[in-house]
Every structure is written in structure tokens, then in C-alpha cells.
Design a protein around this ligand. Sequence first.
Ligand SMILES: [Zn+2]
Length: 198
Amino acid sequence: MVRINIEQLKQDICRYSNLLYQRGLVGAAGGNVSSKKGDSIYITAGGKSLRNIKSEDIVEVDPRGGLMDNNTRLKPSKETSIHLNIYKARKDIDCIIHIHPVYATAFTIKGKTVPMVTSTSRLKLKNVPLVGFAEPGSKKLSQLVYQKVLEMQEDLSALMLKEHGLIVFASGVENCFNIAELVEETAKIAYVSGKIGQ
Ligand SMILES: [Zn+2]
């Protein structure tokens, strides 16, 4: 029974990972998705594109990042430490999505947060703070995210990473996907409406 649930969880991760790519929320081999069940974290493997990620490309790690399957040839995503830190800081969530959506990421390049220009974004996102620059995959980036998530707790469901992308955390894979899509939709509307105003 437990095994069936895990397989279902992996399939959900894959389905929404593929959708993130199809919706243009991430490109190339960027981005990563994880979900937590019990003491295990299931995360997309490093170097695999979310475009066609499959169940067998999901790596199981413990809360410290240790591989649960010693026989696997896959490596967990290089941003695994960010995922582990968020799960450590937020016991109420069980899914994390990290992507590089064009409009939201463009705001970070200018050092700006995504403006909450629609009533839906104000209601559902409240605000999406920007974390300062650190190299992708670095311990520093993972620490910066951890501090911000600890500080803001339940008020927070998404963070922007400067010159890099977006990280979203929520309960349930579908819910997490919806927040990710809403952040990018809001960034796009903010950008387009800004152009109309000029
Ligand atoms: Zn990234």
C-alpha cells in the first residue's frame, strides 16, 4: 500500500514537472521539484530536464540529503540543500518547486520584487520577497533561503532568487504548481500593464 502511494507521488511530481516545462515556466535542464513523505524527500535528479522527467528519475533522500538507495546512479538535484532547508523550516508544507520563469526572473535582475498588481495575487500570494544573490547550488544560497523562510513562516509561499528564479513551497504538488504559475502570470501582467501605461 505504501509503495503504491509513493509511486503515485512520483507520478504527480513527473506530471507537474512536465507541465512546468510545457507552460514555459522553465527551460533546458533547469528547475527541480520535490515532495516529502514521512522522513523521505523525493526530488528530481540533477541534469535531467523537467521536459521528460520520469518516475525512475526521482531520487529519494533523507532529511540530511543522504541517498536512500545506494544502488542508484542518479544524483539528486544540485539545489537539494535548498529543498531540505525549507522542509526543516516549514513542517506544514510537503512540496517544493524551483523554476526560472522569464517575467518573474526578469524583475529580479532589476532588483525588484514581482508587483502584486491583481486582486488574486494580493489575496493568494500576499507578497513574494526577493533573496539576495548567491551562486546556484551554493551553500550560501541555501542559507539565505533558510533564513528568509524561518523569518516569515506561514506568511510566505514563494521567494524570488536574484538573477536566478523562483522557489515555491506548499502543501500538495498541484497547489504548489498553481502558486508557481500564478507568480509568473502576475509578473507578466505587471510587465504588460506597465507598458500600456507608458
Ligand atoms: Zn535554478
